[in-house]
Design a protein around this ligand. Structure first.
Ligand code: FES
Ligand SMILES: [Fe+2]
Length: 452
């Protein structure tokens, strides 16, 4: 072992086009995690007005494909209609309000309501009204079509917006789109789909994925793969944030090992490099992996031409306001999404969709985290879409389910955070610079709620 750099930290902060919401540390109050009134304000000013990630475009690949998206008290039906367009509708029959579609996803020619059999096509048009002569005033079919919501697609992700007249999705995402352009998430394949019913407010999950301060303590295993001291933080307009963490390296807050760690060794081997060649040179592995990917990428069926050197080795995590957390490398992406409970601010649903990029040559799954995720994924390459696995957070605590060791650690902890937020012995949080993304997210939330 040789000594590390002690507690040196070189976090870089980039505030991008940020005149609208200056970053500040305001120590917001904890009532927002437990208060029903705050939950109602979030519904009116955040959920009903923001672009929301509804699901994957790959789930509506062909005309007639559909899926439903649960968002608090609403459920949105997303279809690819016969016209070929992806559209979103409230999943509500316009006769007497029954929920129209009960399956999570599927393929249909028509949607027939179970109550009185009003039938709509996948473009939302009302096509069949049984015994229509019994409606003395007739039925205004156009008026009684499924009620539409705004829908747009970015890089394989389907977004919906429940407001009347939203700004364009790309304007809302702003500079994030350009930052993430090389990754091409739309080319990745879903290999695992999980939802955990959690006993905390949805914002506790966003907060947790907005800072690295806790990583050394809650996730000590990360010292084998990433350098959390030399991260770059981005604060974007509209409450979005970004983070770049050097990967294929070790955490210099801890002693630097003589030999590559198990994670570094696995990554080196997957690229045809011998870990023993890096004994005593562990801090050179990151650059070696960048170079090696450029050398062998084409042969192995991975196009790295659009990526910077840093992107080839590093782990990025971008949070898109309000509730989308993307954690990714060129070869994989975890799409994480805490959704509010319909009525209880102290519960949420937390989705994790695991996407992998497969080689264009032989269907193998990438390098680094992508390869490791692939090895533990439920889905072999080329097979159909995995079913969504829905479980309670207790199943994670009991070891019956896992969303990876790291996320399991977070989930197990967050119940305790929620309990603290509900305590009369705790009124405001107290944030440090490392938690600037947390504050940036809450600033945007406050801006939306207070500006009304
Ligand atoms: S509520 Fe759907 S047909 Fe009556
Ligand atoms: Fe964590």
């Amino acid at each position: 072992m040789i000594p590390g750099k002690g507690m040196a930290q070189n976090m870089t902060i980039e505030i991008i086009n940020h005149s609208k919401h200056p970053a500040r540390i305001t120590n917001y109050s904890t009532s927002r995690y437990v208060d029903a009134n705050h939950m109602e304000q979030e519904w009116d000013h955040v959920w009903r007005k923001s672009w929301l990630l509804a699901g994957l475009e790959s789930d509506v690949q062909n005309p007639g494909d559909y899926f439903v998206f649960d968002m608090g008290r609403e459920q949105i039906l997303v279809t690819r209609g016969q016209s070929g367009a992806v559209q979103g509708f409230y999943n509500v029959c316009q006769h007497r309000g029954n929920r129209l579609v009960n399956d999570e996803r599927g393929h249909a020619v028509n949607f027939r309501c179970a109550y009185h059999a009003w039938t709509y096509n996948t473009d939302g048009e009302l096509k069949i009204i049984p015994y229509k002569e019994r409606f003395a005033d007739g039925v205004p079919r156009e008026e009684r079509a499924l009620r539409k919501v705004h829908t747009d697609i970015w890089d394989g992700f389907v977004f919906v917006n429940l407001s009347e007249n939203p700004e364009p999705l790309l304007d809302f995402l702003g500079p994030v789109v350009e930052h993430l352009a090389p990754y091409r998430f739309c080319n990745m394949q879903l290999v695992a789909d999980q939802t955990v019913h959690h006993q905390c407010n949805w914002k506790a999950v966003v907060d947790n994925f907005s800072e690295l301060y806790h990583v050394d303590f809650l996730h000590p295993q990360h010292k084998r793969m990433v350098d959390c001291c030399n991260d770059t933080v981005h604060l974007f307009p509209n409450g979005h944030t970004g983070l770049a963490v050097p990967g294929a390296t070790v955490n210099p807050r801890f002693p630097i090992p003589h030999e590559p760690t198990d994670i570094q060794s696995a990554d080196l081997k997957s690229l045809g490099l011998d870990p023993a060649d890096f004994n005593g040179r562990v801090l050179e592995i990151r650059e070696a992996i960048q170079k090696r990917k450029r050398q062998v990428g084409d042969d192995m069926g991975f196009d790295y031409s659009g990526f910077s050197d840093e992107q080839l080795s590093d782990v990025w995590q971008y949070n898109l306001f309000p509730n989308i957390i993307l954690s990714f490398t060129p070869e994989h992406c975890w799409v994480m999404r805490p959704r509010p409970h319909p009525t209880d601010p102290q519960q949420c649903y937390f989705d994790k969709m695991s996407l992998l990029l497969f080689s264009s040559n032989h269907g193998d799954a990438g390098f680094g985290p992508g390869r490791r995720a692939r090895q533990s994924a439920a889905m072999p390459a080329g097979e159909g879409r995995p079913d969504r696995d829905v479980f309670d957070h207790q199943a994670i605590i009991d070891g019956e389910k896992t969303m990876t060791d790291t996320i399991d650690q977070d989930i197990e902890l967050l119940g305790g955070v929620q309990a603290g937020m509900a305590s009369q012995g705790f009124e405001t949080v107290w944030l440090n610079d490392d938690e600037m993304r947390v504050q940036h997210f809450h600033n945007e939330l406050d801006q939306l709620i207070d500006s009304v």
